[in-house]
Write a protein that binds this ligand. Structure first.
Ligand code: ADP
Ligand code: ASP
Ligand code: MG
Length: 450
């Protein structure tokens, strides 16, 4: 079997879904399980819907539901124009999903209260809608397609919006359900992102979670390959929307790809690599608008070359400096700081410590950070620097690549902290936000185009 995952832009409209059908048709011999995201921008719309309902803005809620209906109804009508019977059934299914959502959202609107559990329920609708329509489109094109609700397969904890799967339970579910239901059909189609707790309550895997879903299905089914189809020619030397003259990476190791994602490269969800690496399943990142391009292959470290692979960045991060007036020692410093951060699930992107000082890089707008820092302020002085950016060069063997630090300092003017990751897969620098673009551009030129 192979897993083929299509992101939001790859299923955004009739033409895109036409390309999806043609890509999958060419792979039927490999028994594909297809994973789809919500149509582009729909998850964002659903998040707004949840916010409007919580704020009890009835008009806003109505307007967003109207947009959601219109977009999916029009898509179904365009895709199924030649098959009245399929179209009617499809519109009925779509309407059922949207009117269930409408009922649920009016409840939220009535009480003006939105829990993570309710929000997960609302934003999961995007994938249920897109996958329903795409399943009909496959069948209308003569490819027999069986739709499975991913919530029956991926079992998670109850951290509803950033749920973590129980991989053993999930693997057993997927094997059993796909084993039984794939008989006699060309394609199995399911959703990315959505899952459920062991009590059957809907949960989601965090933003961009469909990549992670695809890797989980790949692991569970011992797939020969996981294909991630997106809107760029594979993984590149930097985000092509931000840096010009980027090049395609042909082969990259699991560790490097995971490090890129962890340091902010949006092309793959950070957790995607783990299930694939567990079973040594190759991942291919491909472009659905340019299917003949070879894309990027993600494989075991000994099969990928050394050297810098890519520059990742995170903008709008906080740089936090914690200084104790006493020499506490590194262990005690880190222990006391993380004792406040860990229980509040504060995500730390980078940290550095000395005997009396800890520096942290944390995304802006993290819940619970204020309380954590107030608790730390009882025994240390805490300074928060805003408008900072983190820039990271990722690649095995970058230690031997000269001039990276010099370049960053000369262009950015000031580096607040520089650190090599413990696995030596990345070297990172905190710089001022307004120097980010210039630093990215020159560093990229220096490393990849000199
Ligand atoms: P999808 O909807 O298919 O999941 P995403 O928008 O999540 O697509 O991911 C693809 C985007 O990732 C690209 O359009 C690109 O802007 C961004 N990106 C960030 N870093 C990189 C990189 N190093 N290589 C390729 N794309 C990158
Ligand atoms: N639709 C979800 C999101 O936009 C999941 C995904 O596309 O990966 O985050
Ligand atoms: Mg994505």
């Amino acid at each position: 079997m192979i897993i083929i995952k299509f992101g939001g832009t790859s299923v955004q409209n009739e033409e895109a879904i036409g390309r999806v059908i043609s890509i999958v048709s060419g792979r039927l011999k490999e028994k594909p399980l297809v994973v789809v995201s919500a149509l582009a921008k729909v998850t964002r719309l659903l998040c707004m819907l949840a916010e409007e309902a919580e704020a009890q803005h009835e008009d806003g809620v109505k307007d967003l539901l109207r947009q959601l209906r219109e977009r999916h109804f029009n898509l179904a009508k365009n895709l199924l124009a030649d098959n009245q019977r399929l179209l009617e059934n499809c519109l009925e299914d779509v309407e059922r999903l949207i009117s269930d959502l409408e009922t649920f959202v009016s409840g939220v609107c009535l009480i003006g209260e939105l829990s993570p559990r309710s929000e997960a329920r609302i934003i999961s609708t995007g994938e249920l809608l897109s996958s329903t329509i795409i399943a009909y489109a496959f069948n209308a094109n003569g490819i027999s397609c069986h739709w499975i609700d991913a919530r029956r397969m991926i079992t998670t904890d109850d951290n509803y919006l950033y749920a973590r799967p129980d991989l053993d339970v999930t693997e057993a579910n997927v094997k059993r359900i796909v084993g039984l239901e794939s008989r006699g059909t060309d394609v199995i189609l399911t959703q990315g992102f959505v899952a459920s707790t062991d009590k059957g309550v809907t949960s989601v895997l965090g933003f961009e979670g469909s990549d992670y879903s695809a890797a989980i299905f790949g692991m569970a089914l011992d797939a020969a390959r996981v294909e991630i189809w997106t809107d760029v020619d594979g993984i590149r030397t930097a985000d092509p929307r931000v840096v010009s003259n980027t090049g395609k990476i042909d082969v990259v190791s699991y560790e490097e790809a995971a490090e890129m994602a962890a340091m902010g490269a949006r092309v793959l969800h950070p957790l995607t690599i783990e299930p694939a690496r567990k079973k040594n399943i190759p991942i291919k990142v491909l472009n659905s608008t340019n299917p003949s391009c070879e894309g990027t292959l993600v494989v075991r470290g000994d099969q990928a070359p050394d050297g810098p692979k890519s520059i990742a960045f995170r903008d709008n991060i906080l740089f936090v400096k914690i200084e104790s007036s006493k020499l506490e020692g590194v262990t005690r410093m880190l222990g006391k700081v993380f004792a406040e951060l860990y229980p509040r699930r504060i995500p730390v992107t980078l940290s550095g410590a000395t005997e009396s000082e800890v520096c942290l890089v944390i995304p802006e707008e993290v819940d619970g950070l204020k309380e954590a820092l107030e608790a730390i302020e009882k025994w240390a002085s805490v300074t928060v620097f805003r408008d900072k950016a983190l820039i990271s060069v990722v690649g095995r063997g970058i230690v031997g690549f000269e001039g990276i630090g010099d370049k960053v300092i000369s262009v950015s003017g000031k580096v607040h902290i520089a650190a090599m990751s413990a696995n030596m897969m990345s070297e990172s620098f905190v710089i001022d936000h307004e120097k980010l673009q210039a630093t990215l551009d020159s560093l990229h030129e220096y490393i990849f185009n000199k």
